[in-house]
Design a protein around this ligand. Structure first.
Ligand SMILES: [Zn+2]
Length: 230
């Protein structure tokens, strides 16, 4: 029986057209996907993307991340993230390999990183203040022992698609000057030659604000930062 996620995959037009066009490569890939879903006990929050010959998914509970890629030779390559910066690669040629992959994922629980532990800007600002307030000698000691390589987290992003006409109309209204402090834009945007101003929503889109000319204002970078952090 197909799992809900597999049915979801089969209903994606891009995925389905690739599956139809690559019967040899897709059969093992789909087998791998379903074996992994069984290994996860169906605990999948959803697949992130399906590019031709590639399938990614993550598990919300474990924070796991796996990329399966169908190869030209008919095998499936699996990249599994076991810890935040450690990837294990496997070449899957038969169902026995799939169970090895499933065991690997189950054993490690993929807990090295977590979507929900990502720090917000507010929390980060608090951490900076705390570090500033701590004795300089302690801070220097921590810096001496700190890893120079930044920790990497996987981020799930939802974004608002903004209307370019709204931005254009607000920039036109501003005529090259910040609508808050009235100073001229600090420089010209190299990509399109317009004065560099940032179009800010008075009521944020994430707070239910509208993407309209009336709800938007053109600001210089300083005034824009002040709106958000001042
Ligand atoms: Zn300004």
């Amino acid at each position: 029986m197909q799992s809900p996620r597999s049915r979801n995959l089969d209903q994606k037009p891009k995925a389905q057209s690739w599956i139809n066009a690559n019967p040899g490569r897709s059969s093992l890939l789909l087998e791998a996907i379903r074996a992994l879903e069984v290994g996860y006990g169906g605990d999948l929050s959803g697949f992130v993307d399906f590019a031709p010959a590639e399938y990614r998914f993550n598990s919300k509970k474990s924070g796991g991340y796996v990329i399966l890629r169908a190869r030209n030779n008919g095998s499936v390559g699996a990249k599994v993230q076991l810890r935040s910066n450690y990837w294990k690669e496997l070449e899957l040629k038969n169902p026995r390999n799939l169970s090895t992959l499933t065991q690997l994922i189950t054993k490690h629980c993929l807990t090295g990183f977590d979507f929900e532990n990502e720090h917000s800007q507010v929390e980060f600002d608090k951490a900076v203040k705390k570090a500033l307030d701590s004795p300089e000698s302690e801070r220097k000691e921590r810096l001496k022992n700190a890893s120079p390589e930044p920790r990497k987290v996987w981020r799930k992003v939802s974004a608002y698609v903004r209307n370019p006409d709204v931005v254009a109309e607000v920039l036109h209204r501003a005529r090259g000057s910040c609508e808050e402090c009235r100073e001229a834009a600090p420089f010209v945007r190299i990509s399109n030659g317009t004065p560099y101003l940032e179009v800010h929503h008075r009521k944020q889109l994430s707070d239910g604000g509208y993407d309209t000319v009336e709800n938007a204002v053109a600001l210089c970078p300083n005034c824009h930062r002040k709106k958000h952090f001042g």
